[in-house]
Design a protein around this ligand. Sequence first.
Ligand SMILES: Cc1cc2nc3c(=O)[nH]c(=O)nc-3n(C[C@H](O)[C@H](O)[C@H](O)COP(=O)(O)OP(=O)(O)OC[C@H]3O[C@@H](n4cnc5c(N)ncnc54)[C@H](O)[C@@H]3O)c2cc1C
Length: 315
Amino acid sequence: MSSENHHKVAIIGSGPAGFTAGLYTGRANLNPVIFEGMQPGGQLTITTEVENYPGFESGIMGPELMDIMRKQAQRFGAKSIYTEVTEVDFSKRPFVLKTYDDVHTADAVIISTGASARLLNIESENKYMGYGVSACATCDGFFFKDLKVLVVGGGDTAMEEANFLTKFASEVTIVHRRDEFRASKIMFDRVKKNPKIKFQTSKIIKEVLGKQENGRKTMTGVLLEDTKDHSTLKVDADGLFIAIGHKPNTDLFKGVLDMDETGYLKVKPGSTYTNIPGVFAAGDVADKTYRQAVTAAGSGCMAAIDVERWLEAQE
Ligand SMILES: Cc1cc2nc3c(=O)[nH]c(=O)nc-3n(C[C@H](O)[C@H](O)[C@H](O)COP(=O)(O)OP(=O)(O)OC[C@H]3O[C@@H](n4cnc5c(N)ncnc54)[C@H](O)[C@@H]3O)c2cc1C
């Protein structure tokens, strides 16, 4: 293997966690490489305006923010490799990372492969993502002041998001494919008592409806289908929040790294250390609670500092 393919630090994933880890390890002269994966820039590249990332008083478009983060990391020597890591071997040092057509080794690895929101997988959902459709109430609820929104899902997350959204929206309708809810009783009771929340049960979203005016897309409602008699119903709404769960991108590490029952990587509390010394985890991949760009970036910084100290201790 060429020495070009050996790195002091390899970062898997190019969201806010990966780029922040790249920025810090770059500034520490560790010449990091960042495997950008199938979604260069991470989850924020599929959204429009980000209003809650500190430092951008008037907000910034998601893809632009990620471009700035990449350039900032590159300024200090971080190198992007535009491919996916397909296999890892953490059983020996240096660690081995395989891509589709290459093999790399690294003294330390930061995993920042994120988590993906589970989506409905209908074409129109994709079309209006960021233009009415969202997978994050904390991020986008503020944009729906005095508007009508829908929340899809039947678990605790959906209940929590519906409740949260009533702070902004004039009306919140929970759409659920069954007539029973998986959510805990306490969460469901809270939702039932909220006068702003309505229900559409035994319904699935068949299509997201919208219009395009002056080059701008806007969602206008949805077409629901009854799961029992297959009748359809058009419902007007300005927003649709998908709350059917998240999947951490950890398939690559199954049987290798410790994970919780839902697949999130486990780290030593208050740090980014995984169960394998020299392998660190940052961002949404190890955080099922907060899942925000700023928390991902914060833990990317933690991972870089952990790596720097760990490498120093090895020498
Ligand atoms: C629609 C939407 C809107 C959002 N809006 C906001 C907002 O306004 N404010 C906010 O704070 N948060 C928002 N979030 C949440 C925020 O995007 C995430 O919390 C944040 O991006 C997590 O960062 P991360 O670095 O952990 O990973 P991610 O951004 O998830 O990035 C993961 C990276 O890992 C890479 N990857 C995965 N597997 C591999 C592999 N095998 N090899 C190489 N690379 C791999 C991917 O290509 C990607 O680059 C939003 C999320 C969504 C979906």
